[in-house]
Design a protein around this ligand. Structure first.
Ligand code: NAI
Ligand code: MG
Length: 500
């Protein structure tokens, strides 16, 4: 804490950081059973920001027990949909009332600019809860006319009930700590599930503050339990737990596979939101005043730490030099610094591990013949900063073109026609998002259909909305977040058939 200028930070945040933060189990704030805590760091300095209770298998057991009881016996199941919706709406109001605190916590814990957390992360989280509050009263089944050929003359009344799946384990990453908690909690609460949430070990703070507001809003005890801790211990225990009915995960594809294996024991339901290496395709007929800054923000937003980052930039060859020059110029202009500095446009990466990972990819690219049109290096000696980077002279076989870097690094490559670019854009194990920039609306929609991606942006990028489903084709995941589609992740269908 020593080097952070304490005058800038909201005093409520400073007092939040002072004492080790506890975990939320059965409506109470408790220490870990082991008594252990772990540090969370300020990535702009590498110094310890706060201590947090370190959950492990024993804490996960207690949290699952509490969620089970709240689901099976508590007042939650008996609440009307409208009452549930009102609680969720109240939580959204509380988030808005504490917007400044959340913005500081996100900036300090994750490194992102305070200005971005204020304008994007926190308002989007509140909006998501409001959207889901509305759904609580609209989760409906169907009536189904039957024919049943082997009971001629019989009459039936048949209908479906959509019921909550039960106790849900949710494991989230560090790139949008509060927003990922909202994406997960919103639909689980709207459908009437109970939850054990495990935030990422790099960024547990905003989820714990959210837990305080969940208690304040009046959710019954045990409906939401929050257990911070490491993935290999707390996360793995949650994914494998026999009394958890469903696991929802956002993070690396590697861990996604582990989750699937861990879930096999009791065949719990699984939804996954995993990695990406999304193509962003600029045609020569695009409006360059929009496309060039769009391509830059498509990769540099959130320091490239977005699963849907437009990290493979394909540019029609006639405009290749112009676009690369423009994106490189934008990269060089980005002000990189501490997230708390109001002039900062890009903060540090979240951790030393991510810094090393991204720098490893840069070295790999250079060793395979890539050149930097902008950036290419770590920045400064303190904190986890990387220069916004544009790589050229890259070919499809390079690791930097095939693999997710999850940092501010884009590879730019020329293409010669719409027919050529579709198979190239689709030639990747991931399928999370794709971007197209053109003035030709027919071409744009034809291309949108051809991309193997869960989201296609046309003449825009990184547009998220609570109403718009988000998720992956291929190895980018299973199921959808947001929109009414996410409700499928948290409900199961019961068919009722009555002879009348
Ligand atoms: P990760 O997948 O290890 O971490 C994400 C979450 O999973 C964290 O809460 C972590 O504690 C938990 N976790 C880790 N191991 C687990 C296990 N064995 N069982 C259950 N839970 C476990 O991601 P990490 O290591 O932080 O980042 C590595 C790479 O993953 C990044 O470079 C990026 O490529 C990708 N990633 C993708 C994200 C996305 O939004 N799709 C978010 C974060 C990372
Ligand atoms: Mg990991």
């Amino acid at each position: 804490m020593a080097t952070i200028s304490t005058t800038q930070i909201d005093p409520r945040v400073l007092s939040f950081l002072e004492k080790p933060r506890k975990m939320l189990i059965n409506g109470k704030w408790v220490d870990a059973v082991s008594g252990k805590t772990f540090p969370t760091y300020d990535p702009s300095t590498g110094e310890v920001l706060a201590q947090v209770a370190e959950g492990d298998r024993a804490d996960i057991d207690l949290a699952v027990k509490s969620a089970r009881k709240a689901f099976d016996e508590g007042p939650w199941r008996k609440m009307t949909p409208s009452e549930r919706g009102r609680l969720i709406w109240k939580l959204a109001d509380l988030i808005e009332q504490h917007l400044e605190e959340f913005a500081f916590l996100e900036s300090l814990d994750n490194g992102k600019p305070l200005t971005v957390a204020r304008a994007a992360d926190v308002p989007l989280a509140a909006d998501l809860f409001r959207y889901m509050a509305g759904w609580a009263t609209k989760i409906e089944g169907n009536t189904i006319p039957l024919s049943v050929p082997y009971t001629p003359g019989a009459k039936y009344l048949s209908y479906t009930l959509r019921e909550p799946v039960g106790v849900v384990g949710q494991i989230i990453p560090w790139n949008f700590p509060l927003l990922m908690a909202a994406w997960k909690l919103g639909p689980a609460l709207a459908t009437g599930c109970t939850v054990v949430l495990k935030p990422a070990e790099q960024t547990p703070l905003s989820a714990l503050r959210l837990g305080e507001l969940i208690v304040e809003a009046g959710f019954p005890e045990g409906v939401v339990n929050i257990v911070p801790g490491y993935g290999e211990t707390a996360g793995a225990a949650l994914a494998a737990h026999a009394d958890v009915d469903k696991i929802a995960f956002t993070g690396s594809t590697e861990v996604g596979r582990l989750i699937v294996h861990a879930a096999a024991g009791n065949l719990k339901r699984v939804s996954l939101e995993l990695g990406g290496k999304s193509p962003n395709v600029i045609f020569k007929d695009a409006d360059m005043d929009v496309a060039i800054p769009g391509a830059a923000s498509g990769i540099f937003f959130n320091h490239g730490q977005c699963c849907c980052a437009g990290s493979r930039l394909y540019i029609e060859k006639e405009v290749f030099d112009k676009v690369v020059e423009g994106v490189a110029a934008s990269a060089k202009k980005i002000r990189v610094g501490s997230g708390l500095d109001p002039k900062t446009q890009m903060g540090p990466l979240v951790s030393e591990e991510q810094l090393n990972r991204v720098c490893g990819y840069l070295e790999s690219g250079f060793s395979q013949g890539a050149k930097a049109a902008a950036g290419g290096h770590k920045k400064g000696d303190k904190g986890y900063f990387v220069e916004p980077t544009v790589l050229v002279d890259t070919t499809e076989d390079m690791k930097v073109v095939q693999e997710e870097i999850f940092g501010p690094v884009v590879v730019a490559m020329p293409f010669s026609s719409a027919d050529e670019i579709v198979p190239r854009a689709n030639d990747n194990v991931y399928g999370l998002a794709a971007g197209i920039w053109t003035r030709d609306i027919s071409k744009a929609h034809r291309m949108a259909e051809s991309f193997q991606a869960g989201t296609v942006w046309i003449n825009c990028y990184n547009i998220f909305d609570a109403a718009l489903p988000f998720g992956g084709y291929k190895q980018s995941g299973w199921g959808r977040e947001m929109g009414h589609e996410v409700l499928n992740n948290y409900t199961q269908t019961k068919a009722v058939c009555a002879r009348i």
